[in-house]
Write a protein that binds this ligand. Sequence first.
Ligand code: UT7
Length: 330
Amino acid sequence: MSITAAITAVGGYVPDYILTNKELETMVETNDQWIRERTGIAERRILKTEGWATSDMAVEAAKDLMAKSGTKAEDIDLIIVATVSPDFVYPATANIVAHKLGAPQAWGFDLEAACSGFLYALQTGTQFIKAGTHKKVLIIGADMMSARVDYTDRNTCILFGDGAGAVLLEPNEDGLGIQDAILKSDGEGATLLFQRAGGSMNPSTVENVQDGGHYIYQEGKSVFKKAVTGMADVSFEIMEKNGLTADDIAYLVPHQANKRIIDATAKRAGLPEEKVMININKYGNTTAGTIPLCLWEWEDKLKKGDNLILAAFGGGFTWGSVYLKWAYER
Ligand code: UT7
């Protein structure tokens, strides 16, 4: 049997500080009921540790994974960090993570695909394992969205939170692990969810800092319409392509942007709520962090051979789904 890439360990980190809907009510004109009904979010975590950034959350998630699995930093070959909130524009956060972890032998890079970043990174890492050139690949989805959010904009500040999740990919000879991936992108949606200034199109100026060009901008309704069909369709597509019905699936692992988008995806796949990983109520949208943070929370419930469908939709637009067979039990 040919080599597949399998997740062999999971780690996660969320900051201690809890930003509740009630606290947001004191910051912008909103209310707990509206936020819960329209998004499913009750609270989110915010990184307040002095001097910490995205790399520090990524490192904590990686350390958690390494402690649980007995993985040594010196054995890691490659680190891919999916993020839209890197520590710096350059160098890559992956370089900083390798240094802080004590893994100088590992090379790595950042991958920017917004909310689909973890799926893009997972599929990228899979290729290095299947090629036989790398044995231990660390895939991290980490975002400090609080560094990107305008806390006077009620359209976006209620949605996002900070957090990081990590998985280890290793070769598998029993046919377990990543089975298939369908990844898509459409740059036509680029300016519906983006950061207007600070890139080469609009280099930073005093004016565009002052008028909020460095904050997240989202046309919520337009993104919602695309996301609700995009994520549902691509989940259904990968199930159909692989001859899977709802009965074959142990869990749907959806990106956590809006509970209504998650529900629509589950409905299209014919999956009951108990087969859907949902933690948006606690963490909000942590962008590249949502899917690995779900795996982190559900890890103890997963059984060897379980079929999982991972699905995401996000800025870019980027979207996709991954079908995998879980490879271990804790
Ligand atoms: O993860 C990346 C991909 N992103 C997504 O998938 C997010 C997709 N979009 C969404 O999840 C939703 O569009 C939102 C949650 C962002 C907004 O929900 P919506 O149902 O699309 O609301 P809306 O923007 O159409 O606004 C409805 C009303 C408006 O008032 P009027 O014009 O009807 O009087 C808004 O001004 O709700 C108002 N509103 C709010 N009210 C209380 C907007 N934001 C808030 C708020 N609190 N925070």
